[in-house]
Design a binder for this molecule. Structure first.
Ligand code: ADP
Length: 542
């Protein structure tokens, strides 16, 4: 018997929070549930969790036999499909680190990132070999394994992923894994300077997965059919493949076919209930649904939208079609889940317009995430008006970058500076006003480019709009709107100005509207405002 003064020890088991549990659980409880992938030739590859389990474990064993040591990086350069899911689990379960490379980056940037991370092996799709050829001379992977998606023989100088799996015996056990061991690595997409690496741990990933699945976060259930359109090379497809595997959901992967009709056809044929991606994807899908409203019979329930702000008009339009847009905010440095916008029980009776205003905000911090907004004068009040930089803290938030780069992104009291400017309202909803460098400073006052462009995207003729700061001799900077009109639609600058006028102070209205056929986008589908600022730097205000 302990005395009352002896320090009390808890009596709970210390089981490490590691990834193998996900695989084991899925295979034991849901062996018959399907994983479906669209291949480059548009055919569907179909297998079950039982098959996936066998192959992911074979990959882990084969990597160990190939000499992979704990903590070594294995890069992937792949579309979303079953083999990428195998890599998501096989690499970390071997004690290695999954490093997803972004195939939309310039080859020299991909090479830079692979060199920086010191990737040892690479797993890639056969259809991406032309890209590999462009970067191969700039980075030395020890071995490159090619997934034969299109079925052609693997060319000389490369090895077959299937042959790699064949080197496994199948009688193999996981190496001991510490929950603090690294599990995966992602680089920021570089809209703010050189890409920087974030290294996730087994523990941070497991806890992030649990929180992401919660009803007030993504709200995932085993009965969901989940299709991440967000690439698996973009912050772990927002954690969806991990959550779906832990819960045993049917998983559907679009492969390289991301055009709206292909996506809608896949959602229909596989009964997808939850999908996720950036607003540009969903604006395109919305156009397709409006053009042919009766073409697809969908079971879709939720579209998770993040990466950039979801325009309120888009949330409303999807509601009318019976699909719920769930607006979420996150970052590579946050695994990525930060906030999710769902209405609290105390707000559901508000008038419709107010409800939409909340849903268009980025939302409430997820459990275990702390937020604060800080200005030059210290922490700002939660009044929904005062702007400050969003700072965050939590178990799945990075505490540093790989290699200790850019240490100034962390405050001396241990919070991560997001670089996003926000207001937080009395209910706790965070609203991203802008990225620090995208704010427009006119006559010494800030204008939110995001607010103005989102309002513009509510105009029926507007497909996409980006608002950027352009130097101005009198005001320092003034807003200029770059607009893409919907097919077959017309609108003049005057009409758009009038449309915005009732919603904003006069000085917030763009002084110029430029009509273009396309807005340049980053590899993650976000507007490349830096490029637009550059393009219109010498704009003559007349
Ligand atoms: P990068 O910082 O290199 O663009 P990330 O993919 O990590 O890479 O992007 C994180 C950033 O994306 C956030 O800091 C924020 O500016 C933006 N973002 C993400 N989700 C949203 C959202 N729902 N609304 C507005 N901005 C968002």
């Amino acid at each position: 018997m302990q005395t009352r003064t002896e320090s009390l020890q808890h009596t709970m088991m210390r089981v490490p929070l590691t990834l193998p549990h996900f695989l084991e659980r899925a295979a034991k409880l849901y062996p018959k549930v399907e994983i479906v992938s669209r291949l480059p030739d548009r055919s569907l590859h179909r297998y079950t969790y039982a098959d996936f389990y066998r192959r992911a474990r074979r990959l882990a064993e084969a990597l160990q036999r190939a000499g992979l040591r704990p903590g070594e990086r294995v890069a992937t350069l792949m579309w979303n499909h079953f083999a990428h899911l195998e890599a998501y689990f096989g690499i970390p379960c071997a004690g290695g680190v999954l490093h997803t490379l972004n195939l939309r980056l310039h080859p020299s940037d991909i090479a830079y990132i692979a060199r920086h991370a010191q990737d040892r092996f690479l797993i890639t799709d056969d259809v991406l070999l032309p890209l590999i050829e462009q970067l191969r001379s700039q980075v030395s992977f020890e071995r490159i394994f090619v997934v034969p998606l299109a079925g052609a023989p693997v060319p000389a100088g490369y090895e077959s992923y299937e042959h790699l799996l064949d080197t496994a015996t199948g009688s193999w056990d996981y190496p001991p894994l510490d929950e603090e061991a690294p599990v995966g690595m992602c680089y920021t997409s570089g809209t703010t300077g050189r890409p920087k690496g974030v290294v996730y741990s087994h523990r941070s990933l497991v806890i992030h997965t649990l929180a992401a699945a919660l009803p007030d976060a993504l709200g995932l259930s085993q009965r969901d059919v989940v299709c991440p359109v967000v690439p698996m090379f973009h912050v772990n497809a927002w954690g969806i493949p991990f959550a779906a595997t832990l819960l045993g959901c049917k998983q559907v992967f679009p492969g390289p076919h991301l055009d709206p009709p292909s996506l809608l056809e896949l959602f229909e044929s596989e009964g997808v209930t939850l999908t996720a991606g950036v607003p540009t994807i969903w604006l395109g899908v919305l156009e397709a649904l409006r053009r042919e409203p009766d073409r697809w019979k969908l079971k879709l329930r939720t579209l998770v939208v993040g990466g950039s702000a979801a325009p309120e008009a888009m949330i409303r339009a999807y509601d009318q079609l019976g699909f719920h847009v769930l607006h979420a905010w996150g970052m590579t440095e946050m695994s990525p889940l930060g906030t999710v916008s769902r209405l609290k029980s105390t707000l559901v009776d508000l008038p419709e317009d107010q409800q939409y205003a909340y849903r268009a905000k980025q939302g409430l911090p997820a459990p275990l995430v702390e937020v604060r907004a800080v200005s030059d004068h210290g922490e700002v009040p939660w009044d929904g008006k005062t702007m400050g930089e969003l700072q965050v803290r939590g178990v799945w938030v990075a505490a540093s970058y790989y290699g200790g780069e850019d240490p100034d992104r962390w405050t001396s009291d241990g919070w991560f500076r997001t670089g996003d400017v926000v207001t937080i309202d009395p209910e706790g909803y965070v609203k991203i006003v802008d990225r620090t460098k995208d704010l427009i400073k006119s006559g010494g006052e800030w204008i939110s480019s995001v607010d103005v462009e989102n309002a513009l995207m509510g105009h029926p003729a507007v497909k996409e709009a980006a608002v950027v700061a352009v130097p101005h001799p009198k005001w320092g900077e003034r807003p200029l709107a770059v607009v893409v009109l919907r097919e077959g639609q017309q609108a003049t600058a005057e009409e758009l100005r009038e449309f915005l006028a009732p919603r904003f102070a006069r000085w917030w209205l763009p002084d110029a509207f430029v009509f273009v056929s396309e807005i340049p986008k980053t590899s993650a589908g976000k507007f490349q405002k830096a490029k637009l600022r550059e393009q219109f730097r010498d704009w003559s205000w007349g």
